[in-house]
Design a protein around this ligand. Sequence first.
Ligand code: PLP
Length: 449
Amino acid sequence: PLPAPELGAAVRADDRAHVFHSWSAQSLIDPLPVAGGSGSTFWDYEGNAYLDFSSQLVNLNLGHGHPDLVEAIRHQAGRLATIQPSMASDVRGELARRIAEVAPGDLDRVFFTNGGADANEYAVRMARLVTGRRKVLSAYRSYHGATATAISLTGDPRRWANEPGDGSVAHFFGPYPYRSAFHSSTPEEEADRALAHLEQVIVLEGAETIAAIILETIVGTNGVLVPPPGYLAGVRELCDRYGIVYIADEVMVGFGRVGEWFAVNGFGVVPDLVTFAKGVNSGYVPLGGVIMSPWIAAYFDERPFPGGLTYSGHPLACAAGVATFEVFERDRILEHVRDLGERIVAPRLAAVADAHPSVGEVRGRGLFWAIELVRDQGTHEPLVPFNASGADAAPVAAVAAACKRAGLWPFTHFNRVHVAPPLVIAEEELAHGLDIIDEALDVADAHLG
Ligand code: PLP
């Protein structure tokens, strides 16, 4: 066998020659060849190990190589690796039942997809069919996936190069107290004004044309924006008043990221549709889905639902999902996340904010946090511009590089560093990772004028 570094070189050579990567100028990237992983850590072929503070793409909730998930997939592969969706499967049914048991309110039926984008596509299709309306509202600061409608729903710049997209999507401003679009000075004011704005958008777009409002319960990639008290309840109320379907996109925050099965559960709000993916089985096998209100499911009792996928509810993916429920319950994962978030992350990041002039705000809950980097704590001017790339993004790229040199794989986006480790992370690993980030932020401080 080749010595490990040569294996890494072979992996890199095949990748560079033949793999076409997401969101990238192909000749400007150098993807890290990854040799393996365990728990919250993964390593390359050169012997460098990284503590994964991004849970890959915020999906690896139970970490690498979880023995229960691996065994569930192995066992299922041996008995029935695949079955088409029009037949009933035990693991698909069990997973749907388990999801219904922890879903908000009376949501109790699941349509399985292959990931998050198609979950959102199908949720929108359902909303359009049940309302007979076409328009969908979504937030500017959002990511909902990269397929045709999902990329149009997406508010962030990834939408732009895919335009003109779905012409029946309109965007609005969600709450963001640190950079309020409404000049609010308190979270309560922010919630009230964001709701007044949303109602204006509904009225001006024509309430009777709007099928759905889709919202990430806590905005993920675009900032870990936790909605201020009352906002989501207000969205629910506006949807009821105007006959609009409320879709909660829980692709990133569902399945424990913030210490709840679904983040909306922590806000006491019941959407009509909830979309999920990622954490449902930590991405061991691609899986997503839409959880439906009885009234929406009932619409299709007598009429066929016009949609489907060959791999809807794939047994290998569902077996890993069932195992995920067992691990969450046995190992008290939700409690672990809440405990670490409150006892370790919140105070440590508050200290980081105090220590670094480049830190404007830290925010989050559970194991989902953002450190927002600024040039000026008074004006909130971001350390790098919105949608920064290349030389403009250098200060944050330098922070990321410092983290990697110290053995931590960070998640960065524009002027933010996110903290989103696997939910199984041990307290000592978490504390060590936060120390690395603290030290790496000296690099950001050094970029201040
Ligand atoms: N919705 C949210 C909130 C997401 O964070 C993502 C992915 O990051 C998606 C949807 C899209 O999911 P997928 O990449 O599985 O299509």
